[in-house]
Ligand binder design. Structure first.
Ligand code: UT7
Length: 332
């Protein structure tokens, strides 16, 4: 990086959620559940499900176009695309390559990043490190998911929780050193992969008539274990990044947590000693959109004027793996 360029900033954000709304009442017509159970156990009231034509790349491009517009950057200046997703259009080529082509972006480095629900925050970290190296100038970071394609609508313990959508951010470099991404922190613990996984479709269980009839291509989850781990790692990651940045939890102006379950977010808030008013939440309307959730929430918070210049913002997420990630930003 040249001496004058000292920080990586988010130049613009965008998001997209499909038009089709599925309320809890509609879910209760599909599986043995109720609006009351879903609301009280998760905080979710409705979610958006994509149509057949709305692929992950389509949602990613729509969010990315809005982020580019907000950034006021010409698309020819983008030299890196990272798409965080666990529901790519297809195993290969990457969804990032499809985005490059569909948006007519330059023939630049483009790759997918798989960190499940931590994906957007992981991707921000990777992109900001690449920009800090001085070898890249402007990155398009997207979290996009079509979770509805891997949900088992015979499993009420999982299908009521998730939704579809995409969130995007354009990253660039700033000459001011007092703003931008202060610090990113990511981690993983792969010792219990079955707590949250999609068993089939990879090399362990290739697609076969048996894998299909055994319903192995759907998302499986041990909800209680994931709940406990989520509270622990989101709290720890938040505390660690604050300490590394030299801040206290009382310094935070806004937390944008992964939108999985309101009870998880409340537990993290309590442990951090940060009031719930400082958390931006929208899971009520979208459910858990996995890698898209933090990107969608960040874009909404910005467009609603919840983020002002000089604010200290904490993004924090967890996901299958187990993965976790946090980012501290001083808004420019
Ligand atoms: O991005 C990461 C994604 N995953 C998560 O964040 C999930 C983390 N875990 C959770 O959010 C919660 O564990 C759940 C929302 C999944 C479940 O909530 P819980 O309070 O842990 O419920 P539970 O698993 O202990 O189940 C309680 C009861 C059970 O019935 P019995 O055995 O007490 O008779 C379940 O069968 O609720 C039943 N149940 C349901 N009832 C109505 C489970 N799912 C449903 C449902 N509707 N959809």
């Amino acid at each position: 990086m040249s001496a004058a360029v000292q920080s990586v900033v988010i130049l613009g954000t965008g998001s997209y959620t499909p038009k089709r709304v599925l309320t809890n009442a509609a879910m209760a017509e599909m599986v043995d559940t109720s609006d009351e159970w879903i609301r009280t156990r998760t905080g979710i009231r409705e979610r958006r499900f994509a149509s057949a034509k709305e692929t992950t790349s389509h949602m990613a491009c729509t969010a990315a176009a809005k982020a580019l517009e907000a950034s006021k950057l010409d698309k020819s200046k983008i030299d890196l695309i990272i798409v965080a997703t666990m529901t790519p259009d297809m195993p290969f080529p990457s969804t990032a390559c499809l985005v490059q082509s569909q948006m007519d972006l330059p023939k630049i480095m483009a790759f997918d990043l798989q960190a499940a629900c931590s994906g957007f925050v992981y991707a921000l970290s990777v992109a900001s490190n690449m920009l800090e190296s001085g070898k890249f100038n402007n990155a398009l970071v997207i979290g996009a998911e079509k979770t509805s394609g891997i949900l088992d609508f015979e499993d009420r313990t999982t299908c009521v929780l998730f939704g579809d959508g995409a969130g995007a951010a354009v990253l660039g470099r700033s000459c001011k050193n007092s703003v931008g991404i202060i610090r990113s922190l990511s981690g993983s613990d792969g010792s219990n992969p079955k707590f949250l996984h999609q068993p089939a479709g990879g090399s362990a269980i290739p697609a076969s008539p048996k894998s299909l009839s055994d319903r192995q291509h759907f998302l499986k989850m041990n909800g209680q274990e994931i709940f406990k781990q989520a509270v622990r790692v989101m709290t720890q990651s938040s505390q660690d990044i604050l300490e590394l940045g030299g801040y206290k939890s009382s310094d935070i102006d806004l937390v944008i947590p992964h939108q999985a379950n309101m009870r998880i977010i409340e537990s993290v808030a309590k442990r951090l000693g940060t009031p719930m008013e400082k958390f931006y939440n929208n899971l009520e309307y979208y459910g858990n959109t996995s890698a898209a959730s933090v990107g969608i929430a960040l874009d909404e918070a910005l467009r609603k004027g919840k983020i002002q210049s000089g604010d200290l913002i904490l993004l924090v997420a967890f996901g299958a793996g187990l993965t976790w990630a946090s980012t501290l930003i001083k808004w420019q």
